[in-house]
Design a protein around this ligand. Structure first.
Ligand code: ADP
Length: 315
């Protein structure tokens, strides 16, 4: 089979959790369209409750979708569920390792579940890659939290899937371990593995991902290359009030201006291109006298909030 263009392709994916005695019906995914390019490191970002885990659980076969379609590595999860499942490894949020196995045994058991023939198993290789070789024969309960987490990554890779999904991989993980984990993940990616990670840390996604989709309330509110998203974020606003009464926002060459509710106007500029000094010079050159001035720095959080806010408006 030719390699698919997309590692994961979801179309119109909907998930409604039925009402229970204590909870009302919940539409967790409201028509997700996502095409995750083969070979990418793709970030799935969103606040708690956005629907990220639901999406991942559907991919992992742990949760039944209500409608829509999903293909993993070009394999439809309804028509060829086993093939679809064989194409992904999922590292869950929660550490769930049997304390009575050694890491080596845990990997062998996981490989057995995927029916990986003995000759093709790579348990020691995986443990080595994740810095766990010297713990191969220890009991899992003797491992530190960080080691357990690395073991989870190894477990997700026993069947050598072309797509690896990491669900909130660095929650509660210290800086040193995070680096190790990412080095391994980047190494896998260099070897051709598509990586999908969910996080609510924008900086983490920004650092690692080529492309980022932002999910809010079960909908994709943005999906673009990280560089494009960052470009949106280097916009700054200068808020100005002037002595002169204004009926419209004064045109300033090279800048975008807008009238504000308070009777002043805002000037937006890109930090890579202009400086506040140049904004001030343009205002003076327009013959205006500045009464008050303040600046606004949208950070990652602001962009995130404005995108998710826009989506909330549309509901
Ligand atoms: P995220 O992973 O982005 O935090 P989730 O997919 O866990 O979001 O949750 C999306 C929404 O679906 C939330 O409102 C959550 O309360 C609800 N939800 C998740 N799992 C279930 C479930 N098993 N039954 C009912 N509602 C659920």
């Amino acid at each position: 089979m030719d390699l698919p263009e997309f590692a994961i392709e979801a179309r119109g994916l909907v998930k409604t959790y039925a009402a229970t005695k204590t909870t009302p019906e919940m539409q967790a995914l409201r028509g997700i369209d996502l095409a995750i390019p083969r070979g990418s490191i793709f970030g799935l970002l969103g606040p708690n409750g956005a629907g990220k885990s639901t999406f991942i659980n559907i991919l992992a076969g742990l949760c039944q979708k209500t409608s829509g379609s999903v293909a993993i590595w070009g394999r439809d999860i309804d028509r060829t569920p086993r093939d679809a499942r064989a194409a992904i490894g999922v590292v869950p949020q929660e550490i769930a390792a049997d304390p009575f196995f050694t890491p080596f045994e845990a990997l062998e058991v996981a490989a057995g579940m995927y029916a990986v023939p003995k000759a093709e198993r790579r348990s020691l290789e995986l443990l080595t890659a994740l810095g766990l070789a010297d713990k191969a024969k220890a009991y899992v309960r003797q491992l530190s939290g960080g080691m357990k987490r690395r073991l989870m990554v190894a477990k997700a890779m026993v069947h050598n899937p072309p797509v690896l999904i990491l669900d909130e991989p660095t929650a509660g993980v210290d800086v040193e371990l995070r680096k190790q984990l990412w080095n391994y993940v980047l190494e896998l990616n260099r070897k051709g593995v598509t990586i999908v990670l969910t996080t609510h840390y924008l900086e983490e996604a920004q650092e690692l991902c080529d492309q980022i989709a932002i999910i809010n309330r079960g909908q994709v509110v943005a999906c673009e290359p990280t560089t494009t998203l960052l470009r949106r974020m280097d916009t700054r606003l200068v808020l100005v009030t002037v002595e002169e009464p204004l009926a419209t926002a004064p045109p300033l060459p090279g800048f975008e201006t807008k009238l504000t509710k308070s009777g002043g106007f805002s000037v937006s500029y890109r930090t890579g291109h202009s400086t506040v000094e140049q904004v001030l010079a343009a205002i003076r050159a327009a013959g205006l006298h500045i009464k008050d001035i303040s600046t606004e720095d949208p950070d990652l959080e602001d962009v995130f909030v404005s995108l998710t806010y826009a989506s909330a408006e549309g509901v």
